[in-house]
Design a binder for this molecule. Structure first.
Ligand code: PEP
Ligand code: MG
Length: 753
């Protein structure tokens, strides 16, 4: 029998049981028989959440005396883990799982393999459906899908019969709680919790008329495509730049035949249109968890966004939290959010976002950053613990969200919030102030950027230009390799927006951990040490077509004006020569075509591989400028992966090792025409910036939010004084250079942070 046919058979049998007049308990007993039989599984059990614990409600194969006796807490044992994570488990050897908890009364010790799926109602797990087998084997995808479909059918029955704890009981006990997460966009916010999750209730899972269901899906697809086209014409979404990339991805999915086909297959197996969309969505989620590549996973989240949209259209339940309108200052809660969904919210009321999933490279994060909305991601348990209307304090600087804060917690937060706002306001007044030191030296303060929208920060901060434009952002947010025309358009827009201020374009730094899915299978191969792998200029020189296209785009975009090009990860001088040659070739080509050329081209390199510092004199002859990338440089100096959270705080930028290194580089360039700067995160922190000024750095390219604080610092510094102090400390390092510097600063009325 084909998978579709057997799925349909299971569904028909389940439908008969559901339609019968039996008591709910009897129905559950029948369901475990049907599933056990169909999946040829010795055990099939249903656990339901009652009074806060998962109770064995029905079983085929386990000891019947354990029914209504065996109870597991949420998070306890495999069943509790399924419910806590709202995630399926598929294990060949159950006892080998760290969360396995043996319950003797069930007699389950004979069974080795185990698969279970959550029974979900309104985005929360209200139970679990489990199968077990004597032989150790992993259940196949089609079997897991059959379990998930059954769980959907059961969810309907359980909710109607009131067998499990309802939403109120599931929500928290009402006390304060602090949940940690990963900072995706920094900032502070407070407001009431609003679930984004469009509470779509699927009233009917089993189709009465398959053809009619198919037509409903077709119509919904048409409508959804119309909506996306309309979105493209909306001023906000269709502005170009990175939003264009998002839209391209959306279109790609909206017209993706594979997606439509899978939904059709699910309808063939006997599901209604709603249930079929949900079914396919669950499968996508399942796959998503197995994908290791964060970029690909992000694109799958975009698909989930569209899937929700389709479900809303087909079910006629169009209202989302966005369309219902936000009544008060709001912190939005969601498993994940698509960028288009975020843009539907009223910006005046939307103060922050907390996601159970989410990643730094997700489209929604890029859009949120442009909108200035703090986002906390990877906040486990947020969907479970937060109820709509709860007061929330979001501290995306520290990476926490506080639920239902006590009065004292709220006061502490308010004070912090007020101080941060005050500071922001004070720094904003620094916009017109030029960063001269107390002794009268003009320091160059520039910003790091990667998106077109970031350029507006130039006028908002009064920075001197863009010291690092990370061109790879366009590649990272794009579903396909950005074509030359698109690159040219972006670079031209950036230069236009910069209004004559210099912009240093860094050629793509992709590869390694920033793998882009479309860049051939080579790039997708897992590398042992991606940061030290085939990335940045290494990749660009091997894939000359890529660099050529970028060179041409940059040259054409800067026709009639100045162009600053910087190559990342230069490790030996010949790499710089080779990269420059690609640009010069393109320049010659444009010249031969009598195209307008850039007025002047300055070539520079990032100094982020320590080896380059050993051949500095060879670089001096070649480059107009050098920019120290302290993010990478320090990871290589300390052999400490910059992405590893366990090492994040281990080594200090203010260590004599780093500062002596940077000092040597600066001294090596004294008297040469090479323009030296720093463009790593280090330059945006006050004490670190102070140290850099003390060892001779006069150009800092930093995150826009740091421009105000760094300018304010510069105005208080006397360079002679700090360089004397620094050279003393570097000759004879104190126990803690940070402590010494901080004390030194404090004595001069310079705040450390
Ligand atoms: C650096 O390495 O310091 C740098 C600025 O580049 P990125 O952070 O993009 O690697
Ligand atoms: Mg770098």
């Amino acid at each position: 029998m084909t998978a579709v046919a057997s799925a349909r058979l299971i569904l028909t049998r389940l439908h008969e049981v559901m339609a019968s007049r039996s008591q709910p308990q009897r129905k559950l007993d029948q369901v475990v028989e049907i599933i056990g039989e169909s999946l040829d599984s010795e055990v099939c059990s249903i656990y339901l959440l009652r009074d806060g614990a998962l109770e064995l409600f029905a079983t085929r194969g386990l000891n019947p005396d354990a029914v209504h006796v065996t109870r597991l807490g949420v998070g306890e044992g495999l069943v509790g883990t399924i419910a806590a994570n709202v995630e399926m488990l598929n294990l060949a050897e159950a006892a080998a799982h760290p969360d396995f908890a043996y319950r003797p009364e069930t007699g389950e010790d004979r069974f080795h393999s185990f698969a279970g799926v959550p029974i979900i109602h309104r985005a929360r797990a209200i139970g679990a459906l489990v199968v077990q087998h004597v032989d150790p084997r992993r259940y196949e995808d089609v079997e897991i899908e059959a379990l998930q479909t059954t769980a959907m059918v059961l969810s309907e029955l359980i909710a109607h019969a009131g067998l499990a704890d309802d939403e109120q009981a599931l929500a928290s006990d009402g006390g304060p709680m602090i949940l940690p997460g990963l900072t995706l966009v920094k900032g502070l916010a407070s407001g009431v919790a609003v679930s984004h999750q469009p509470r779509i209730t699927i009233d009917q899972v089993v189709a009465e008329d398959i053809e009619a269901e198919r037509q409903r899906v077709y119509r919904a697809f048409d409508k959804m495509r119309d909506q996306i086209e309309a979105m493209a014409n909306q001023a906000e979404f269709g502005k170009g730049g990175e939003h264009d990339e998002v839209l391209e991805t959306y279109k790609m999915f909206a017209y993706d035949e594979g997606w439509g086909r899978r939904i059709n297959e699910a309808i063939d197996s006997g599901l209604t249109a709603e249930a079929a969309i949900e079914r396919v969505q669950q499968r996508t989620r399942m796959r998503m968890r197995q994908i290791d590549d964060p970029l690909l996973a992000d694109r799958m989240h975009d698909l989930e966004d569209l899937s929700n949209r389709l479900l809303r259209i087909v079910s006629g339940q169009l209202a989302t939290a966005a369309t219902q309108g936000l009544k008060r200052d709001t912190i939005l809660i969601a498993r994940n959010l698509g960028p288009a969904e975020l843009l539907e919210y009223d910006r005046r009321r939307l103060k922050g976002v907390v996601l159970q999933e989410g990643s730094l490279t997700a489209h929604v994060v890029i859009v949120a950053r442009a909108m200035g909305i703090p986002v906390l991601g990877r906040c486990e348990g947020v969907l479970r613990h937060v109820a709509d209307g709860d007061e929330l304090l979001l501290d995306a600087d520290k990476g926490t969200v506080t639920l239902r804060p006590s009065q004292a917690m709220a006061e502490v937060f308010d004070a912090r919030f007020a101080k941060s706002r005050e500071r922001q306001a004070a720094y904003a007044t620094m916009r017109e102030v030029e960063p001269f030191t107390r002794c009268g030296t003009r320091i160059q303060v520039m910003i790091n950027a990667g998106l077109r929208d970031d350029i507006s920060m130039l006028s908002m901060t009064g920075a001197d230009g863009v010291g690092l434009f990370r061109t790879e952002f366009q590649f990272l947010v794009s579903a396909t390799l950005p074509q030359r025309e698109r690159q040219t358009r972006l670079y031209r827009d950036v230069l236009d927006a910069a209004e004559g201020k210099p912009v240093v374009f860094r050629t793509v730094d992709i590869g390694g951990d920033k793998a882009v899915p479309y860049l051939t299978s080579e790039a997708l191969e897992r590398e042992e040490n991606p940061a030290m792998g085939w990335r940045a200029l290494r990749l660009a020189l091997d894939r000359e077509g890529l660099l050529k296209a970028q060179a041409r785009s940059l040259l054409e975009a800067s026709a009639g004006r100045g162009l600053n090009v910087m190559f990342p990860m230069v490790s030996e001088p010949w790499e710089f020569d080779a990269a420059k040659a690609v640009f010069e070739d393109q320049l010659a080509f444009l010249k031969s075509r009598r195209k307008q050329l850039p007025e002047a081209i300055r070539y520079g390199a990032m100094l982020e591989v320590p080896a380059l510092a050993e051949v500095l004199e060879q670089m001096v002859e070649r480059v107009s400028f050098l920019s120290v990338g302290t993010n990478d440089l320090t990871q290589f100096l300390f052999a400490a992966d910059r992405a590893n959270p366990k090492l994040a705080e281990r080594y200090d930028w203010l260590s004599p090792a780093i500062l002596r290194f940077l000092d040597r580089v600066a001294k090596g360039l004294v008297g040469t025409p090479v323009d030296l700067g720093v463009c790593g995160e280090m330059g945006g922190r006050r004490l670190e910036a102070l140290a850099l000024l003390g060892i001779g750095y006069r150009r800092l390219s930093i995150t826009p939010a740091a421009v105000g604080p760094i300018k304010e610092l510069i105005r208080k510094v006397d360079l002679e004084e700090i360089s004397a102090a620094m050279s003393g400390w570097l000759r004879h390092p104190p126990l803690s250079l940070r402590a010494a510097l901080s004390e030194w600063a404090e004595a001069r009325g310079i705040e450390s942070d």
